[in-house]
Design a protein around this ligand. Structure first.
Ligand code: ZN
Length: 390
């Protein structure tokens, strides 16, 4: 099966101007100003994308695939995500995390969910572990999980500087990152230790100390939610200037009820203004977790599920409201995460040989079509490939 996308304004993410893209099976076969194919002996679908943009499918490196939450009791456990919840946000690659609850939620379920979603059409990876230390694992050790389990690319999200954490020591953080690094080395994976940064006073302190007093390269430490408060974003900026990757949570914003947070698109702009290399900034949704709305007495009044839509929304704001060039904004939601995860340029790029993960946007940067590994998943802004049970 061949699909020929004609006349797209291609951002690879670098702007390539008006191009045709030939999709062969799940891969991009060729990108050229004009591709003509004799249709008489091939099954070929041609799609005219005149006036539209083709960009790499978004990569979301932090999603609660089996549901997050549960922090207001059992009734508040968020259900599993469905395929359309991923596709509707233009996302074609996700990394699953367990989250707060490492007791009633299990890594085996997360692995099964990741495999199921892969069968349904998107690309999936996962972290072993949950918030706590010692980490929950599948095989008994972080290192073994990374080496033995195909989808496991690191450990996380381990909670740091948070009232829900295990109050990890510097020594424990070093041990954890070493396990991740060694597992990664032996299996050809990135071997990342991914840290949930809470609202605590400690901030990145222990992580910075773990790096300063060990031989572990900074790229293995990957903190998220760094835009949740001013002090943390300042610290994270310095961390990234020293070569670390930092993850801005697109779902954490004053507009979504997080007082004290920095709006994600503004956080990106601020980091860039302060000299943080663009290549070190990623954005994730923290999607399919729960968000509690509290009443004046401090009781949970309403529970909401966080969606993945914050990724395309913040990308759009970056370009249309904050004036960042499209290609630069794309790095934060595609290429940088692919590089961190060791997937670039198979993911996070539009080039011959890359996976055919393509988001098509209209001139207002609104999603119009999505291809995941060459299969059309969204058309005219509507998800056309649904999950098995939706
Ligand atoms: Zn978290």
């Amino acid at each position: 099966m061949l699909t020929l996308l004609k006349n797209a304004r291609v951002y690879a993410p670098e702007p390539l101007g008006c191009q045709d893209i030939l999709i062969v099976g799940g891969k991009i076969g060729k990108i050229a100003p004009r591709i003509d194919i004799n249709q008489s002996f091939l099954a070929l679908e041609t799609v005219d994308l005149a006036g539209k943009l083709a960009v790499p499918g978004f990569i979301d490196p932090h999603v609660h695939l089996t549901g997050g939450g549960g922090e207001a009791g059992f009734y508040s456990r968020v259900p599993e995500i469905m395929l359309s919840g991923i596709i509707s946000a233009g996302i074609t690659t996700v990394v699953g995390v367990l989250g707060t609850d490492g007791t009633t939620r299990h890594l085996e379920s997360l692995l099964a969910k990741a495999r199921g979603l892969e069968t349904e059409g998107v690309t999936t990876y996962m972290y072993t572990g949950s918030y706590e230390l010692p980490p929950v694992t599948i095989t008994g050790s972080v290192r073994r999980d990374i080496i033995i389990v195909d989808k496991v690319i690191g450990v996380g999200e381990i909670a740091v500087s948070d009232h829900r954490s295990s109050e990890p020591t510097v020594q424990e953080l070093k041990r954890l990152a070493t396990e991740a690094r060694l597992g990664g080395m032996l299996s050809g994976k990135p071997g990342i230790a991914h840290f949930h940064m809470g609202n605590g006073r400690e901030g990145l302190g222990k992580i910075v100390e773990a790096i300063a007093t060990s031989e572990i390269p900074i790229r293995h430490f990957y903190p998220t939610h760094v835009n949740r408060k001013r002090e943390l974003l300042d610290e994270a900026g310095e961390f990234a200037k020293r070569g670390g990757y930092i993850d801005i949570t697109a779902g954490v914003s004053p507009l979504t009820g997080f007082a004290g947070a920095i709006k994600p698109s503004k956080a990106v702009i601020e980091c860039l203004d302060r000299g943080v290399p663009l290549s070190r900034l990623t954005m994730s949704s923290d999607g399919n977790g729960s968000m509690a709305v509290y009443n004046e007495a401090g009781k949970v009044e309403k529970l909401l599920v966080t969606t993945l839509d914050s990724i395309p929304a913040e990308f759009r704001d970056l370009v249309l409201a904050d004036g960042l060039a499209i290609e630069k904004a794309l790095y934060t939601v595609t290429t940088n995460a692919a590089a961190l995860l060791g997937l670039y340029p198979v993911k996070g790029a539009l080039a011959a040989g890359s996976d055919a993960d393509i988001a098509v946007l209209d001139d207002k940067l609104v999603l119009d079509m999505v291809f995941a590994k060459g299969v059309k998943m969204m058309e005219n802004g509507r998800v056309i490939k649904k999950g098995t049970f939706e």
